[in-house]
Design a protein around this ligand. Structure first.
Ligand SMILES: Cc1cc2nc3c(=O)[nH]c(=O)nc-3n(C[C@H](O)[C@H](O)[C@H](O)COP(=O)(O)OP(=O)(O)OC[C@H]3O[C@@H](n4cnc5c(N)ncnc54)[C@H](O)[C@@H]3O)c2cc1C
Length: 305
């Protein structure tokens, strides 16, 4: 129930305009977002590096409505990539297709992905394509397929959601491209026809999808804070000695930071996704929806202020 309300709030335009102006909401959001500018995000990336953790930067925002807004997003990512050139940071970027114009011009979105992939290659970086709600699934798969066909699989990867019933089939469709994939459980409110609703089914799907990529010698990002799932996958890897699996564990900034450091200290490759930018409200509501206990954080900040 609380989850449904928070996901509804993430889409409500009035709340999206008024709540971010409240100081206590802004303060509470700092737990998951170091600030609104790329300097804030890059500063955190430098700190993480000291703990042996790499980073991904993502500019918050989705569903842009004009080519001018797409240009502004691309310019921001170009500036991030320019800052990485010659630096010793291992930082990638992650983009939402609707942030690059997928809602109104799929060719523009593809063109901008290819442009960012080419800039990422020059900067020694990499571009992840996020997966948004299931209404964008097919268009996003096509975008990724075309990007890989045109630029190769080395500089662009795709996020797939384990909660979607269709993901197993999508994975088989993509495997011939030797893709780099990120598996997540999935963050949107989806209908039971398209998505598994029980946690057990989602976790099983996550495990099977990941091991399927391992069996096909593919590269995979295990993007979850679920320690039991990570431990199960690590056991599966240990049960296959002599085989090198290409993977890393990805988590979000501010969620289980002690676990991120612990895994890195154990020698696991860990990468943390740092979100930043002024358009943080819908994204923040989705983080609260994942774990309604986080609302206490907002309430505590209300009383602190
Ligand atoms: C790098 C990365 C990229 C992502 N990209 C996408 C994407 O493109 N599309 C998409 O739909 N989703 C994306 N997600 C979000 C993902 O779908 C999940 O919603 C999110 O990761 C939470 O699920 P979980 O796998 O951690 O498992 P859960 O079972 O939800 O959580 C496991 C444990 O982690 C902790 N935890 C999880 N979430 C929170 C939280 N918000 N606050 C505090 N503790 C928490 C809790 O201890 C919980 O018990 C991404 C996640 C990551 C890490």
């Amino acid at each position: 129930m609380i989850r449904a309300v928070l996901l509804w709030a993430s889409r409500d335009p009035w709340l999206g305009r008024s709540l971010p102006r409240r100081r206590f909401v802004r303060r509470a959001s700092r737990r998951f977002m170091p600030g609104e500018g790329k300097n804030d995000a890059l500063r955190v990336a430098e700190n993480l590096k000291r703990d042996g953790i790499n980073a991904i930067l993502t500019l918050l925002g989705e569903n842009v409505a004009s080519p001018e807004e797409v240009d502004a997003v691309v310019e921001e990512y170009e500036e991030v990539l320019a800052r990485l050139e010659g630096s010793d940071l291992d930082v990638q970027i992650s983009v939402k297709p609707t942030q690059l114009g997928l809602d109104f011009d799929a060719r523009l979105a593809l063109d901008r992905i290819l442009h960012l992939a080419s800039r990422a290659r020059e900067a020694g970086s990499f571009v992840w394509i996020d997966m948004e709600d299931s209404s964008y699934r097919e268009a996003t798969l096509c975008l990724f397929e075309q990007a890989v066909e045109r630029s190769g699989p080395e500089y662009v990867g795709l996020c797939l959601q384990a909660y979607l019933r269709s993901t197993e089939e999508d994975l088989e469709r993509l495997l011939p491209l030797s893709p780099t994939l990120r598996f997540v459980k999935g963050a949107y409110a989806e209908r039971a026809e398209v998505a598994f609703s029980s946690r057990k089914e989602v976790d099983e799907a996550f495990f099977h999808l990941t091991t399927r990529v391992f069996a096909a010698d593919g590269a995979v990002a295990i993007a979850t804070h679920d320690s039991r799932l990570v431990a199960r996958l690590r056991r599966w890897i240990d049960d296959h000695p002599g085989t090198q699996f290409e993977y890393e564990i990805q988590m979000l900034y501010g969620i289980r930071p002690e676990e991120q450091v612990r895994l890195a200290q154990e020698g696991e490759p860990v990468r943390v996704l740092i979100s930043y930018g002024p358009a943080w409200f819908p994204w923040y509501m989705r983080r609260l929806a994942e774990r309604p206990a986080n609302i206490w954080f907002v309430v505590k900040n209300l009383f602190r202020g």
